[in-house]
Design a binder for this molecule. Structure first.
Ligand code: NAD
Ligand code: ISE
Length: 334
């Protein structure tokens, strides 16, 4: 069986996923593409001999489309995910699932009403080899109960359109999901500390930010978000347990000795850093559709991340520790 995929949103990551589905993943083919920029949709569709359709809804309704990939701007995600559920089609949605917790809940409710797991959220770190190895160590009990986690999320630079709330909504949302998944528990409170700001930023931006999370068991997580670090794309994570620690490896790079120096390169963007994770994410997603057994990050994970993100945004503005108030997880989500 070949899974026919329709892509809504042919921008930076949409194009990368179109290439990936075509060149890397077996058992799937891009059959339709839509973008509000019709010329862009046409161009991207033509690269893979797919059809450019007039709207996202046309992609959802198309008979050749078995599954939908949503890679348009965040505020448009909810409409397309709800449309795909309504049509009874599997849908992979890049983060965020929706830009409000209310919209995430509407998706969770609609999916439950449909009676089947149809939605997967693009939290690709769960597919990164380093994070997977870290989870294995934590789950094995080898380092004892996790007590602390230290995380770093650095981007080389952020455009003028990037504002202070995006440090959590767009950037730290990856760690929010990763913390929940690695520790297998929810985050119960958030706090944001504002350090001295880098001069390499647009005036309106608070950068860096220092976030502190507390989990249900009392473990504490600190996260530095620094989106104008200038030197590269740098993701770090160390979990400290009662009897040991486990740390994410740096991406593979050769060591160069010369001119009196010993150096290794730093990757420059998320495409390079998580390319292999994205490949595996799509490979496993397509297999899960073939087997009709969805297993990746769920709509519930998207909802939880949105609620935690809202609490963290409130913490940024208030300067207070803000509690996270999640609804009870329905049995539907295991
Ligand atoms: P982008 O601006 O490059 O692309 C978005 C595309 O969506 C544009 O071509 C735009 O014309 C199109 N679009 C906007 N509204 C639309 C609509 N209503 N219907 C159809 N098309 C529409 O943005 P991007 O960087 O590709 O990001 C897209 C999404 O992917 C965002 O939600 C972003 O957060 C997410 N993203 C995830 C990662 C990751 O690491 N997982 C990395 C980058 C982006
Ligand atoms: C971007 O949207 C991503 O998802 C990247 O992984 C993250 O590092 C970046 O800060 C976001 O803007």
């Amino acid at each position: 069986m070949t899974v026919g995929i329709g892509v809504i949103g042919a921008g930076m990551i949409g194009q990368d996923h179109v290439r990936r589905i075509t060149d890397v993943v077996t058992g799937a083919e891009v059959v339709a593409v839509a973008d509000v920029d019709a010329a862009r949709a046409e161009e991207v569709a033509s690269r893979v001999h797919a059809r450019a359709l007039a709207s996202g809804q046309d992609v959802i309704d198309d008979d050749l489309v078995d599954a939908v990939v949503v890679t348009s701007w965040g505020p448009t995600h909810a409409e397309y995910v709800l449309g795909a559920i309504e049509a009874g089609k599997y849908v992979f949605c890049e983060k965020p699932l929706a830009t409000t917790a209310e919209d995430c809940l509407r998706i969770v409710d609609a999916e439950q009403a449909s009676g089947r797991r149809l939605v997967q959220v693009g939290f690709m770190r769960r597919y990164d080899a380093g994070y997977r190895a870290m989870k294995q160590v934590i789950d094995s009990g080898e380092i004892g109960a996790p007590l602390l986690m230290h995380c770093v999320h650095r981007n080389r630079s952020a455009p003028e359109s990037y504002h202070s709330d995006m440090a959590v909504q767009d950037t730290a949302i990856h760690e929010i999901d990763t913390i929940r998944w690695l520790l297998d528990e929810d985050i119960v409170s958030a706090q944001v500390v504002k350090p001295r700001r880098t001069s390499n930023r647009f005036e309106h931006l608070q950068d860096p930010q220092f976030m502190l999370f507390e989990t249900a068991s009392g473990a504490r997580v600190d996260l530095e978000v620094f989106v104008n670090c200038r030197y590269g794309y740098d993701i770090q994570c160390e979990t400290v347990g009662e009897t040991g620690t486990v740390r994410l490896p740096d991406p593979e790079s050769v060591w160069v000795r010369g001119a009196g120096q010993l150096r290794a390169n730093v990757v420059q963007d998320w495409k390079q850093r998580f390319g292999a994770a994205f490949d595996l994410e799509f490979t496993e997603w397509v297999s899960s559709i073939e087997d009709a057994r969805p297993a990746g990050p769920s709509a519930w994970d998207g909802y939880a991340a949105a609620v935690i993100s809202d609490a963290t945004t409130e913490a940024l503005h208030s300067g207070h520790v803000v509690s996270v108030l999640l609804k009870d997880r329905p049995a539907f989500y295991g």
